[in-house]
Design a binder for this molecule. Sequence first.
Ligand code: CP3
Length: 389
Amino acid sequence: MRCTVAKEIKAEEVRRSYSIFKMSAPDVSQNFPPLKNDLILRAARGEKTEKVPVWVMRQAGRYLPEFKELRAENDFFRVCQTPSLACEVTLQPIKRFDLDAAIIFSDILVIPQAIGLQVQMVPGKGPVFDDPISMVADLDRLVKDVDVNKVLGYVFEAITLTRHKLEGKVPLIGFAGAPWTLMAYSIEGAGSTTFSKSKAWLYTQPEASHQFLQLITDVTVDYLVGQVLAGAQLLQLFESHAGILGYDLFCKYSLSYLKQIAEKVKEKLRAKSVDPVPMIVFAKGAHYALKELSQSGYDVVGIDWTVQPTLARQQVGDSVSVQGNLDPCAIYSSKDEISEYVKQMISQFGTQRYIANLGHGIYPDANPEHLGAFIDAVHRHSEEINKSS
Ligand code: CP3
């Protein structure tokens, strides 16, 4: 078994080095199997849905024993960089649960890596940067003209492979970290409670901050376009650290770049005669800017678990869809209680223009069976509500 995996990895490394020389992006006309479940695409576009689609942030991850088993033998970024492994992990939750979307297994930190920063995933600690950005002069050592096909081609290959292996069961979501979140990690060098080093840049080095954010934005646009060309059918932007910015800093240093990304990704795809895919923005902690987010060019606004669903709907309005937002800790409740929480959540969000999810990623100590209860409750309650209305 181990030997077969090793052989596959070797073959993939050879193919990858070949594709570096070939350097052409894969394109969407790759004879993908026809899609059998387009619920999430319809909900994102504001079309009628007979039941509410559901997926879960971090659905492929450490709460699954099969993930832990695979991770025990492979470094985190090696899994990301090996298309057969990334594909296998992406499919793990799809095999277990009645989910309405898969999300490609990767990490937001592949972009800092692509611009030249070294990041390791340290067990029990999370991401650690070898040599974070500390001074403005450090920006000089970053790669300015990233060729995403060359450096991140492994993600595109994983997406194309996964589209085939999904056999059209559900759509595949591609993703990236938003510029502020990636800038914050690159300066802090790891997680932080205050993010004071990176926030200090916004106050004391506004010009350099914009320069850094623009660099990340440009690479991210090409990266997301590449994901769609490779087969991604929806895209999500993770602004995980919006919560440590207040309204003013958010508008200046986050929202403007999020807007640019949505506009440019759609524009670049149209220029290639490729239909843009729906885009989701999840700015965790940005309860103060939901209205602004709903007017930022995204089709879906992700809502974190702290916001009341009715308030979220009010702020977001009815021209975009919403996604969210059960507290990840609610999964620790009994299955019956989870079902009640879901019923309440759906009755508050309504069943249309709505994608159910947790209000942040699932935690590693969650019970997979309880996650299954969450997923099934979304389908059951939303179908009942739709039938009776
Ligand atoms: O299933 C999926 O959602 C797809 C895969 C995915 C991962 N990370 C895999 C992962 C996605 C979409 C992400 C996004 C991501 N990565 C975010 C945004 C979402 C969020 O939580 O706000 C952030 C901030 C990161 C950065 C990151 N990666 C951190 C802080 C950590 C360590 C802490 C943690 O939550 O585990 C990671 C590691 C990581 N990324 C793991 C997984 C499955 C666990 C690492 C391991 O296997 O050891």
